[in-house]
Design a protein around this ligand. Structure first.
Ligand code: FAD
Ligand code: UDP
Length: 371
């Protein structure tokens, strides 16, 4: 039996779910409070360049099913993320690899690097890391921690590294080879023509109607009454009117500028790892694509981390023990909302990458709509 679906949010979770529900013959209405589709992966063409309006987005995955899935909607270029860190004017390759160790300590071979790392790790010998600072030092030693991790992380999360959970840093690879590829995944790239075009294709179905500039909370009760099923990809605590308390988020402020030079920084992403510079990174959008854009102009974006208040965009869930425990309570309430499927980074309060969001959306489709 076909049903009427309401999808709240046109980000990746909502778009994948909408596409699959419509393909199976259901009627789908997508409402989106912003004036554009695609959520945080939205890209906008400016001077022939795709500008990542909500921060750098690089698609990477080892999930072949997800990689094949997205190729229905876009071809991907060969972009490989290789950010460079600027610490007080010194440039270091990321992630932590032989290039970084060579720049930091003048070592040349993996054994020399390993000896240096082991010497630096000594201060944590026999101790179980209890916070991010201790985890970083036991992973890579104090020099790299102080120059490449401490300032960046404290800006990003607005807390001392000694007050942050260790898991945040476990994401960063450490390699004893000269390889600046930031990710270990099998597949990586950026959709040619931009992410917005990719999401447009997902939503291009006669069974789908998209309505922009509409906030679910303006008519929550009406929507819940009128639709057979609601897929909700907004903040889970807000859905329940914060009745168990607020979950924490981190926000960001983006400052975008056009420069009258063809090549401003020579790389798509440069991280500023010292505490004194208030932004964490500068993105130069044209370097995500190859040979695109004006040869005398470029567009850059500075990314400033910010505390989150109710009127701000909640870019990152803060998955520490306290917030995760509160989320578990909200997830219990969510189970009793038999009409509503909670999905995505905000609906499931998880630090998902794009591939994980697609995987989660396909699983939700499978559970609710079948193969
Ligand atoms: P969103 O994209 O947030 O979509 C939710 C949508 O719902 C939004 O459009 C929102 O406006 C709408 N909405 C919310 N509430 C309402 C409401 N009440 N009524 C109507 N509409 C509503 N992932 C990677 O894989 N690689 C990267 O390089 C990468 N870089 C990132 C960089 C930054 C700065 C950030 C913040 C994230 C990054 N991510 C990256 C993660 C990626 O953005 C997410 O995994 C993905 O966009 C999440 O999709 P979503 O649909 O869950 O959420
Ligand atoms: N990080 C760091 N220095 C860097 C880049 C990252 O210390 O130059 C730390 C920081 O704590 C960050 C974490 O590593 O929150 C994960 O970084 P990643 O780039 O994977 O996160 P993203 O912001 O893209 O989600």
């Amino acid at each position: 039996m076909f049903m009427n679906y309401l999808i709240v949010g046109s980000g990746l979770f909502g778009a994948v779910f909408a596409h699959e529900a419509a393909k199976r013959g259901n009627k789908v209405t997508v409402i989106e409070k912003r004036d554009h589709i695609a959520g945080n992966i939205y890209t906008k063409e400016v001077d022939g360049i795709q500008v990542h309006e909500y921060g750098a987005h690089i698609f990477h995955t080892s999930n072949k099913k997800v990689w094949d899935y997205v190729h229905q909607f876009a071809d991907f270029n060969r972009y490989t993320n290789s950010p460079v860190a600027n610490y007080k004017g010194h440039m270091y390759n990321l992630p932590f690899n032989m290039n970084t160790f060579s720049e930091m300590w003048g070592v040349k071979t993996p054994q020399e690097a390993l000896d240096k790392i082991n010497e630096q790790r000594q201060e944590m010998a026999g101790k179980e890391p209890k916070n991010l600072e201790e985890q970083a030092i036991s992973l890579i030693g104090r020099d790299i921690y102080e120059k490449l991790i401490k300032g960046y992380t404290e800006k990003q999360w607005g807390r001392k590294c000694t007050e942050l959970p260790a898991f945040i840093i476990k994401r960063l690879p450490v390699r004893l080879i000269y390889d600046n590829n930031y990710f270990n995944d099998d597949y990586q790239g950026i959709p040619i023509g931009g992410y917005t075009k990719m999401v447009e294709k997902m939503l291009d179905d006669p069974n789908i109607t998209v309505k922009l500039n509409i906030d679910f909370f303006d008519k929550k009760d009406e929507y819940l009454k009128n639709y057979d099923k609601v897929v909700y990809t907004g903040m889970i605590d807000k859905f329940f009117d914060y009745k168990l308390g607020e979950l924490e988020y981190r926000s960001l402020r983006f400052e975008t500028e056009e420069k009258n030079v063809g090549n401003y920084q020579g790389n798509a992403v440069i991280n500023y790892t010292e505490a004194e510079i208030p932004y964490t990174r500068i993105i130069e959008h044209k370097h995500f694509e190859f040979g695109k854009g004006d040869k005398d102009k470029t567009i850059i974006t500075r990314e400033y981390p910010a505390d989150w208040h109710r009127c701000d965009e909640p870019y990152y869930p803060v998955n520490n023990d306290c917030n995760n425990a509160l989320y578990t309570k909200y997830a219990k309430l969510a189970k009793n909302q038999y009409k509503v499927i909670f999905g995505g980074r905000l609906g499931q309060y998880k630090y998902y990458n794009m591939d994980q969001v697609i995987d989660a959306a396909l699983k939700a489709v499978n559970e609710n709509l079948g193969d």
